[in-house]
Design a protein around this ligand. Structure first.
Ligand code: 3PG
Ligand code: MG
Length: 395
């Protein structure tokens, strides 16, 4: 795979695929790691006198122009974090517009393009679309490992039409995740949180075969509890996935993977509620409340499994960590991992929200590696091929 390490690209117009899908709350970016991660590649491309166009997705606008998913808001943060004097922004991908700005830009200047997912062709991996975009540029660089599991035009389409390279961070991600895979020992524990089984279902099926224990938290756990006949009140859960949840539990039994589901939960009327917060066993979830974090008994149980493990992998917060006090379990677990890591076990974490929580807990040094990728990180661990990486290899 061609990468930036041994070459230098001079005076080109570069299209740099980055992942600016950063966690945002009330319009504020809560973690800048994905921006910090592209700094080196942007700096090198600038040093080599290139014009750099950043392209990224943000959220899931489903092929429609939706103001709330515009990437324009990120420009000031990009400018500051990447130490730029100036940043250009283009609201569409029209050839005329890109040409106009490109002519205006001096070498080493940077321009951000609008959310690529405003175009339905992106997720359909429409090759004419990729070809049309590619005409405006000389070279493509993929610095978005965290989006490289997607078969999308800006990931796999563009390398079909442009000389393509992997960015520094993409190479780092692969190197470090591989080190974890090759060096970690059993028994191992995977802690999987987040909100939807639907986005992690295949991963769970696969992880079951590789892990001795899997702890499931976050809103995803509610779907499992509900599948087991537990009344989850107003808790977020995916009703139509009860069967799926059940079959995951069945398969886990067969392959001897222990699944840890919450024993108790922290419930409230809503995310903002600070008054009616209750800790309850899973059988007593109030009908008018929702589970927003796992409870103390569950934290203890997970902690005891962390202590017994030789390798721990973590993806997805265990509660609604953006809202105190529902960040409690995630912060506690991050701290426990940090403490136990001193005994020499391998620890790895991945995902935008998981990084936020680890930083909140000041537990970064408890991890052998922290990946910026969530889904892409888990798929790589699964041993699945990465469409983005394959496209670079073929280039
Ligand atoms: C992520 O945040 O995991 C990546 O940016 C990919 O986003 P997606 O899951 O919406 O494709
Ligand atoms: Mg994601």
């Amino acid at each position: 795979m061609k990468n930036l390490i041994n070459i230098s690209l001079k005076e080109k117009i570069i299209l740099l695929r980055v992942d600016l899908n950063v966690p945002v709350l009330d319009g504020k970016i809560i973690d800048k790691s994905r921006i910090e991660a592209i700094r080196l590649t942007v700096k090198k491309l600038q040093e080599w006198q290139n014009k750099v166009f950043l392209i990224s997705h943000f959220g899931r606008p489903k092929g429609k122009i939706k103001k709330e998913y515009s990437l324009k808001f990120i420009c000031p943060t990009l400018k500051k974090t990447l130490d730029l004097d100036k940043i250009f922004f283009i609201e569409n991908l029209e050839e005329e517009e890109i040409k106009k700005i490109s002519n205006k830009m001096s070498s080493s200047e940077v321009c951000l393009l609008e959310n690529i997912r405003f175009y339905p062709e992106e997720e359909k991996n429409n090759l004419n679309f990729a070809k049309k975009i590619s005409k405006n540029f000389d070279v493509f660089v993929n610095e978005a490992f965290s989006a490289s599991h997607r078969n999308h035009a800006s990931i796999v389409g563009l390398p079909k039409f442009l000389p393509s390279y992997a960015g520094y961070n993409l190479i780092e991600e692969i190197k470090n995740i591989n080190i974890f895979m090759n060096s970690s020992k059993q028994p191992n524990l995977a802690i999987i949180g987040g909100s939807k089984i639907s986005t992690k279902i295949n991963l769970l099926y696969h992880l079951i075969e590789k892990c001795d224990v899997i702890s499931i938290g976050g809103a995803m756990a509610n779907t499992f509890l509900s599948a087991m006949g537990i009344n989850v009140g107003l808790s977020l859960h995916e009703k139509d996935l009860k069967k799926t949840a059940f079959s995951i539990l069945e398969k886990a039994k067969k392959v001897n993977c222990k699944i840890l589901l919450p024993l108790d939960l922290v419930c409230a009327n809503n995310l903002q509620d600070k008054i009616n917060i209750k800790q309850c066993n899973i059988n007593n979830i109030p009908a008018n409340q929702m589970a927003l974090d796992i409870g103390g008994k569950t934290i203890k149980e997970i902690s005891s499994y962390i202590t017994k493990s030789k390798a721990v992998l973590w993806n997805g917060p265990l509660g609604a960590f953006e809202y105190t006090p529902f960040d409690k379990s995630s912060i506690k677990i991050a701290k426990v991992i940090k403490r136990i890591s001193k005994s020499g076990i391998s620890t790895i974490a991945g995902g935008g929200d998981t990084i936020s929580v680890i930083k909140m807990a000041k537990a970064q040094d408890g991890f052998s590696y922290i990946s910026l990728a969530g889904g892409a990180f888990l798929e790589w661990l699964e041993g699945k091929s990465s469409p983005g990486v394959d496209a670079l290899k073929k280039n």
